[in-house]
Design a protein around this ligand. Structure first.
Ligand code: GLA
Length: 384
């Protein structure tokens, strides 16, 4: 619930945002520090108008977020020389997102990653989901949370400008049980972190696994193979050839999956390894060492040419690290950048893939009366 004070703040910030409406050219966006600007971003296939919200913090960093899919459209942060640059892949217009996107910048739900054969059993009842990835269900179905229109409100909190997005997924939507009410709050904090806080409640037992699917390239161009990655994870979940976990929690020790010390993504990605072949690179879930539910560091990524550093923090137990292995030069994004093989990577904080069918994985069941909470933070800094 909001306090009266918060609502007052919402109102006053909304008014200042409204005053800035009307500018539709992304490069022309002018936003005051600590403010949120709203501008039209096009219409969905059903004719619903959606907006692009630009959050700007006191340091001049900017996050552009659309209330269609909760898409992070751009994220501008400084390099080691103080030069601001966009570090996420995507398009500069809504039509391209609607036409064809590998989940660029999207909020993912109800279930991030795969559910084997699109089936799971809960309370003795079998549920059937759309098969949309080989023989499996992926990322919440045919019209997942990445493709729905969220109800926006601009908030202002002590940490920086925020955009709240709300959506109620109907009982049976995409095959999942229960009316699920989801609130997502994006905040661009003054220490250059984009924070996403999800909460959700249900009126029937259901399963839930929300995540964020931004593709990063901290250099803003080229492939991501020289980015150096550290993940505090002693184990990962190996997969079968359709990328469903086998159920094993396998030690990373002695494998190309050992990122406990910072290592270039490209250093071992080409090794003769069955798991790398199944993923056509890295497309796996790492099992974090930190305690379940506790906010902690999931990954640190360093890009040597710009000095940019991305830290991923989350309350979730797993991290799907995906190296853009399905990008193949067929999509042209912002500024005419043709997205080639491995031009971006994703760090998807979440529960492990296929958890509803894996009794030894942490549970993804949400029951009436419980509140689902999940915080994901992408924090930027520089290394000299
Ligand atoms: C996740 C999956 C990948 C792929 C991407 C989107 O990372 O694990 O296999 O589906 O999303 O293309």
């Amino acid at each position: 619930m909001h306090t009266n004070y918060q609502w007052l703040k919402i109102l006053s910030v909304s008014l200042s945002a409204a005053a800035l409406v009307g500018c539709s050219d992304l490069s022309q966006t002018r936003v005051e520090k600590g403010q949120v600007n709203r501008q039209p971003f096009g219409k969905t296939k059903d004719g619903i108008a959606v907006d692009l919200y630009t959050l700007r913090n006191s340091k001049g960093a900017e996050a552009g977020i659309c209330n269609y899919g909760g898409l992070v459209i751009f994220l501008k942060v400084p390099d080691r020389n103080g030069q601001f640059g966009d570090v996420v892949l995507g398009y500069d217009n809504l039509a391209d997102y609607i036409k064809d996107t590998p989940y660029f910048g999207a909020m993912i739900g109800r279930y991030g990653n795969r559910i084997a054969k699109g089936k799971f059993t809960l309370d003795g009842k079998e549920y059937t989901l759309a098969i949309n990835n080989g023989p499996n269900a992926l990322h919440g179905g045919l019209k997942g949370f990445d493709k729905v229109v969220w109800e926006p409100s601009i908030l202002a909190g002590p940490e920086g400008p925020s955009l709240q997005l709300r959506y109620t997924s109907k009982d049976g939507e995409e095959g999942y049980p229960g009316n699920l009410s989801v609130t997502a709050v994006y905040t661009l904090t003054d220490d250059n972190a984009l924070k996403l806080e999800y909460t959700a409640t249900t009126d029937k037992d259901t399963v839930i696994n929300l995540t964020q699917h931004s593709y990063f390239n901290l250099a803003g161009k080229g492939d991501i193979l020289k980015h150096e990655v550290m993940m505090p994870a002693d184990k990962f979940t190996p997969v079968d050839s359709t990328l469903i976990p086998t159920g094993e929690l396998k030690p990373v020790e002695g494998t190309p999956f050992d990122f406990r010390t910072s290592t270039a993504i490209g250093a071992r990605i080409g090794q003769d390894d069955e798991q790398l072949k199944f993923g056509n690179g890295y497309d796996h879930n790492w099992v974090m060492n930190k305690p379940m539910g506790q906010l902690g560091l999931m990954a640190r990524v360093y890009e040597p040419t710009t000095g940019r550093v991305l830290e991923v923090w989350s309350t979730e137990p797993g991290l799907q690290f995906y190296t853009g292995n399905f990008l193949d030069g067929k999509l042209t994004g912002k500024g005419g950048w043709v997205y080639q093989f491995r031009n971006g990577f994703c760090m998807e904080s979440q529960h492990y893939p296929d958890s509803p069918n894996q009794p030894n994985f942490p549970s993804v069941v949400l029951k009436p009366g419980q509140v689902y909470k999940n915080t994901i933070i992408f924090k930027f800094s520089v290394q000299k």
